[in-house]
Design a protein around this ligand. Structure first.
Ligand code: UD1
Length: 430
């Protein structure tokens, strides 16, 4: 299992290109199931989760070509997905348990083929994460759904799914995506109320429109989708990853450096930029992205609460906490989206952080410096928070189990090392 070795204390300086967004790419990949024509996605990040989704699609019968070559193991930035011949509408446990976003094939399969069998994703490190909203929404569209043997068995009524109004009792990114995709092929109009407004939802909607779908309300919490008999192929570029950009913004801040994040969009990071500004981190727009800079020793503690977009994203909570560990004063960080998303706390504490958790809030009292230590994390964003802490810490940090990082950060050690970070990947046999 690979490790990352980081010798901290170097201010980062330079430019980092932001990759395509993982969380936008995954639903876009699943959207290929909605048409028998080819969907080409460009600006695709090279990540383990993207490969897992390609594998899942391939076992349904989708032909997957990355840059015209076989998808698995080869490198590339565009993928062609051809779902002309689907021979299997089952998403097996083995793939779904690896990646929760696999459940995104449910809506498209059900809408186009009238049936789908998708393994329940089960729990994961950051919480129980149920899929009841995905199921209830599809039921509202006429689907009959049973849970059997750990699988969701879904059947559309004779003649296909029917448009419906569905009010989300709680904002869900994945359920909004699943229902929006299903609605594009349903009979009549679907209205999704209290829908998620994350930029990745807008990206999916724009791709679906390019495939012939009719969707109104992009960027709002009310999406209106008029169903079509069929969708067609398209070519679509994945939007830049706001979470990767936000992570690197915090890397600049925690090392007292200056980074230009190429391709980053302020509109997708407003709450983060506002919070960083309050912490004494400068964020400004440039012709090519965002410039982020901070002076070592001048960070100040700010309170942060995670919320659905446009609020502060839960996917940047762990990184923000790492930053607050070395800020002056105290910071209260409250997690409202996932119930168990503080697994980085004991690891940060091993590096000298002063953090007390009370239920869904963590009180971080800033310390003058962190010290390097061997650490490990149990999820993607927690892992990267330890990388950030390692970049700022005195001495050597070894981040273990970095397969989590590889799920969501493309060539992170190369991108950071190019800006002065002293870090390397240590390959180890499993
Ligand atoms: C997506 C992101 C993830 C991010 C999260 C919240 C992808 C691939 N992943 O995950 O990185 O952290 O949004 O911004 O895009 N819930 C239910 N029932 C459901 C669905 C969700 O109770 O049927 C709950 C969840 O347990 C959680 C909350 O709703 O507490 C939000 O989850 P959701 O927005 O659905 O997250 P994901 O789509 O899984």
């Amino acid at each position: 299992m690979d490790k990352l070795l980081i010798r901290g204390g170097k201010p980062l300086k330079g430019q980092i290109p932001v990759s395509g967004a993982k969380n936008a790419a995954l639903p876009l990949q699943a959207a290929c199931l909605l048409t028998d024509e080819k969907l080409t996605l460009t600006n695709l990040p090279l990540l383990a989760d993207i490969t897992t989704m390609n594998r899942l699609l391939a076992q349904h019968g989708v032909e997957v070509h990355i840059n015209g070559r076989d998808a698995f193991g080869s490198s590339g930035r565009s993928v062609e997905l051809d779902a002309n011949e689907i021979f299997n509408t089952t998403a097996p446990y083995d793939l779904v348990r690896k990646m929760r976003a696999s459940v995104l094939v449910l809506g498209p399969l059900l809408a186009r083929f009238g049936q789908a069998k998708v393994s329940l994703p089960g729990g994961c490190a950051i919480g129980t994460r149920p899929v009841d909203l995905h199921i209830k929404g599809l039921q509202a569209m006429g689907a009959q759904i049973d849970i059997e043997g750990g699988y969701i068995l879904a059947r559309a009524p004779q003649g296909g799914l029917v448009g419906a109004e569905f009010v989300f009792p709680q904002v869900s990114v994945g359920a909004t995506e699943n229902l929006m995709m299903a609605a594009t092929l349903a009979k009549g109009e679907t209205v999704l109320v209290n829908a998620a407004r994350e930029p990745e939802i807008g990206d999916l909607a724009r791709c679906l429109i390019a495939m012939g779908a009719e969707i109104e309300g992009i960027g709002s919490d009310r999406l209106v989708i008029k169903g079509k008999d069929r969708l067609h192929g398209a070519t679509y570029a994945v939007l830049p990853d706001r979470i990767e950009a936000g992570t690197f913004a915090m890397a600049a801040a925690i090392t007292g450096g200056e980074l230009e994040l190429l391709g980053a969009k302020l509109d997708d990071l407003k709450a983060v930029a506002k919070t960083l500004a309050a912490a004494n981190v400068k964020v400004s727009e440039t012709a090519n992205g965002l410039l982020v800079s901070a002076t070592a020793g001048e960070l100040v503690g700010v309170d942060v609460m995670t919320e659905p977009f446009p609020g502060f994203p839960t996917d940047l909570q762990a990184q923000m906490m790492a930053l607050m560990c070395v800020a002056k004063g105290a910071s209260m960080i409250t997690e409202t989206i996932f119930e168990n998303r503080f697994m980085h706390v004991p690891e940060l504490a091993r590096m000298g952080a002063n953090i007390t958790v009370h239920g869904s809030s963590a009180l971080v009292r800033g310390v003058p410096r962190l010290t390097g230590a061997p650490v490990m994390a149990t999820d993607l964003r927690a892992s990267v928070s330890l990388v950030l802490a390692g970049l700022a810490a005195q001495g050597e940090t070894v981040v273990n189990r970095i397969y989590h990082l590889d799920r969501g950060y493309e060539r992170i050690e190369h991108k950071l090392a190019a800006c002065g970070a002293d870090m390397e990947r240590v390959k180890e046999a499993d």
